[in-house]
Design a protein around this ligand. Structure first.
Ligand code: ATP
Length: 364
């Protein structure tokens, strides 16, 4: 087991930065997920941890030891990459046992450990088969089993579920979490899928353009995004990000957006007064926009025309045109809504996020 740290780590290819000044510390036993859009530098970061790429600058430490010049085989890490390379000529049992056989572990111990991991991963019936006779998901589980039996200092996983269908991916997410709870080995997991990141990680490192945008627990990333990029990346359907202006002559901190005056309390409200300009962006999650019922009142509301209704069974997503903007609202099922009709939606300003319109950074 080991802590992993990256200190000011950068990597440039032909002078072009792929990873730019990453500072990241991963605790012993933590499940950290690096997430971000394609090309943001996730795989390059993982390859520097594995030892396949040397940082252009900065320091990589594993278990306190500087690793920059340590070759991959001496880092004691188990890796599962997208194309999980199993030995094609060996059975599943031999693939699983491979690491222990190299270490000349006693035969009886090997048999016991292979049986135990196979049972945990639900692949007992496959032990006599060769990789070509397995489905993608089965191969994936064998590759994970082989990595687990190595008992490494840490796991590095790069998009390990990307080849699976939606149902198997959901099942494997659950299994990986369960395995990690049972064997809490430090894990660094790369994905571009925010659902994987949100459901599995102890902590998420969100990257964009080679830089870390925010490192936090999933619920913190969701409720306290550092900037508009993070707010837009996490959550489905996406958060509504709408421009607004600070109202300077109001009695209390106020933002005008979509022709609505919205009072802003708390830290964001206090920061508004010292903002050197009037441009802000408000963030409203779709679930926080509720169709206004006649009895309610007191909360800010906007009126718009329904452009699209997506019934999903348990909830309905509605695209509402409000002036020049289209808001996504999560509504209850069978809410009696019709395309083309006008509705008002209200929201609680307490749950609204406020960002600096020039820098994109969250205020407060
Ligand atoms: P994806 O989700 O598409 O796999 P990623 O976030 O893992 O993307 P990286 O593979 O780390 O991104 O790539 C980051 C940037 O570095 C990209 O612009 C990529 O084109 C570039 N890059 C990566 N490897 C090399 C290389 N060996 N030579 C040149 N450029 C590279």
């Amino acid at each position: 087991m080991a802590t992993i740290t990256l200190e000011g780590v950068s990597k440039a290819f032909k002078g072009k930065p792929a990873v730019d000044g990453v500072d990241l510390s991963i605790d012993d036993g933590q499940f950290l997920i690096i997430v971000g859009p394609s090309g943001c530098g996730k795989t390059t970061t993982l390859r520097m941890l594995a030892g396949f790429e040397r940082p252009t600058s900065g320091v990589v430490r594993i278990g306190g030891r500087v690793m920059n010049d340590v070759p991959p085989k001496d880092r004691d890490l188990a890796m599962v990459f997208q194309n999980y390379a199993l030995f094609p000529h060996m059975t599943v049992a031999k693939n699983l046992a491979f690491g222990m056989r190299v270490r000349r572990v006693d035969r009886k111990v090997i048999d016991r450990e292979v049986a135990s991991i196979a049972s945990m991963l639900g692949i007992e019936a496959l032990l006599g088969r060769k990789p070509a006779e397995l489905s993608g998901g089965e191969r994936q589980r064998v590759a994970l089993g082989r990595a687990l039996l190595r008992k490494p200092k840490a796991f590095l996983l790069d998009e390990p579920l990307s080849n699976l269908d939606a149902a198997l991916r959901a099942q494997m997410r659950f299994e990986l979490k369960r395995i990690h709870a049972q064997f809490p080995v430090t894990t660094v997991y790369v994905t571009h899928d925010q659902v994987e990141a949100m459901t599995m990680a102890d902590r998420i490192a969100l990257m964009e353009g080679g830089r870390l945008q925010q490192v936090a627990a999933p619920e913190v990333l969701y409720s306290e995004p550092a900037n508009t990029f993070v707010a837009g990346f996490v959550g489905s359907p996406k958060i509504n990000l709408i421009p607004g202006q600070v109202v300077r002559d109001a009695r209390r901190p106020t933002i005008r957006s979509m022709s609505c005056d919205i009072p802003v309390d708390g830290t964001a409200g206090a920061v508004l007064a010292s903002l050197p300009h009037d441009n802000v962006v408000i963030g409203l999650r779709p679930e926080e926009l509720r169709p206004r019922r006649p009895a309610t009142g007191g909360l800010p509301a906007v009126r718009g025309v329904i452009e699209l209704i997506e019934p999903l069974g348990s909830e309905t997503h509605v695209a509402l045109r409000v002036g020049g903007h289209v808001l996504t609202c999560k509504c209850p099922p069978r809410a009696g809504l019709e395309v083309g009709s006008e509705i008002s939606v209200e929201f609680d300003p307490e749950h609204m996020k406020v960002f600096d319109g020039d820098t994109g950074m969250r205020l407060g």
